[in-house]
Write a protein that binds this ligand. Structure first.
Ligand code: ZN
Length: 436
């Protein structure tokens, strides 16, 4: 009986929107499998960081990928770079001598049945699943076999971001990957509802349709998993999202404000560098600017768009490294008000100079807001309790050790812990009963 793990990620899908009227397949799966209601993202709650944490079982402080953007010193001082760019891993190697600082599932599984990732989110988020090429990664920006050898043109994933591309990718995932190639770990990372959520109001007809499309893709995967189980495979199925979303209230140019306050020399200076991460920012400082921390902190704490400021040892409490060139992390101010479609939660966001688009009134994420930190997780098979809803505290970093335990491999060196097969049932909890 071959043991396999299948992971399907519905990017940005909030747990409270996994409802029978919007996402019937997932709502039914949540009843049938083991649903972890207290599942959380990491910080920053961005897809690229989340992807690295899911692949390594480690917090950003350990794996070293600190956001959707991060400041790197490639020899000319600190510069903010997008982790989403296809060439980011090359830049990271140039600046730090490597990519992720800890092994990925792809590396650990290379001698044990291998891994295949199909992803329709940003290139950077796809490639941090396996930045050094131990397994297969398929992405529209380039598809790679072990050793980072480009896949031949006829095996490339030539799709567009969005629901149609997700559907084409899922067809191939279910047929070619699950039915025919059968790796130990197969990961399907859908672009919806994140793609639509960034450009439409949360809960709007377009956003609900995007959730519906992701839900249907999960249904496709469940059918393919059922076929494997009929043949005797012991499949651990993990269906989850990487984070949720808040509705963008205002967009703040944090860099401009720091320059105006005399805390940063100029918009492109490398003394103090703001790495925008949606509803959060990570602020880096060159060694000779680190003494600005007290003044910077006083300034930020008076700003009405700032929710929380983390500095020094407090960085460790949100999973960021202490003692490096990260000076401070900021989360933006949030409120619980509902939008026009009844979806709760707003937050200010930090403007990304590299992105011209406006997110105002649409979904964003990156911080520690209630809704962006409320992804969903359902696990089924692999000995997990069925029809179980639990408030067992867990997060993205617990998925990788759970994968390894199912495959009979050690999960040494991970920050996360394998999820309990029999977590306490929260039947008595009103919140869980309501969602059952
Ligand atoms: Zn997103």
């Amino acid at each position: 009986m071959a043991k396999r793990v299948v992971i399907v990620v519905c990017d940005s899908l909030r747990q409270d929107l996994v409802r029978a009227d919007i996402a019937p397949v997932l709502a039914a799966l949540r009843l049938d499998g083991c649903a972890f209601h207290a599942f959380r993202s990491v910080f920053p709650s961005t897809t690229r960081t989340s992807s690295a944490s899911m692949a390594t079982g480690c917090l950003p402080a350990t794996h070293g990928l600190l956001g959707n953007t991060m400041a790197l010193d490639e020899g000319d001082g600190l510069v903010c770079r997008s982790v989403g760019d296809p060439d980011f891993r090359t830049r990271m190697r140039r600046a730090t001598g490597g990519t992720l600082r800890v092994p990925t599932l792809a590396q650990r599984l290379a001698p044990h049945g291998g891994s295949i990732v199909m992803s329709n989110v940003s290139p950077g988020a796809a490639y941090v699943q396996d930045p050094d090429g131990w397994g297969h990664v398929y992405h529209r920006a380039g598809s790679f076999a072990p050793g980072l050898r480009p896949e031949p043109a006829d095996r490339h994933l030539a799709i567009a971001i969005g629901a149609d591309g997700d559907a084409a990718m899922t067809r191939r995932f279910c047929g070619e990957i699950l039915r025919d190639r059968r790796p130990a770990l197969a990961v399907l990372w859908l672009s919806e509802p994140d793609h639509t959520g960034h450009g439409e109001p949360l809960g709007s007809p377009a956003h609900r349709a995007a959730i519906g499309s992701a839900d249907a893709r999960v249904g496709d995967v469940l059918d393919a998993v059922a076929a494997l189980e009929r043949e005797g495979d012991d499949v651990l199925l993990v269906a989850c999202s990487d984070h949720g979303m808040e509705t963008t209230r205002r967009t703040i140019d944090a860099t401009e404000r720091l320059v105006a306050a005399g805390l940063k020399e100029g918009p492109d200076s490398s003394d103090v560098v703001v790495a925008p991460n949606g509803t959060a920012a990570v602020i880096y400082a060159a060694p000779d600017a680190a003494d600005r921390a007290p003044a910077l902190r006083r300034f930020l704490e008076q700003e009405d768009w700032v929710g929380g400021v983390y500095e020094g040892d407090a960085l460790a409490t949100i999973g960021l490294p202490v003692g490096g060139n990260v000076l401070m992390a900021v989360t933006t101010a949030t409120d619980a008000a509902a939008n026009a479609f009844g979806v709760a939660g707003h937050a200010d966001i930090v403007r990304d100079p590299e992105s011209a688009r406006s997110y105002d009134g649409f979904g964003q994420h990156g911080g520690l807001g209630t809704n962006e930190q409320n992804p969903f997780l359902v696990v089924r098979g692999g000995g997990f309790a069925r029809r179980r809803a639990t408030d067992h505290p867990c997060s993205l970093i617990d998925i990788a050790p759970t994968v390894l335990r199912h495959l009979g491999l050690a999960a040494d060196g991970m920050d996360g812990t394998a999820l309990p097969l029999e977590p306490p049932d929260k039947d008595g909890d009103a919140r869980c009963i309501a969602s059952r």
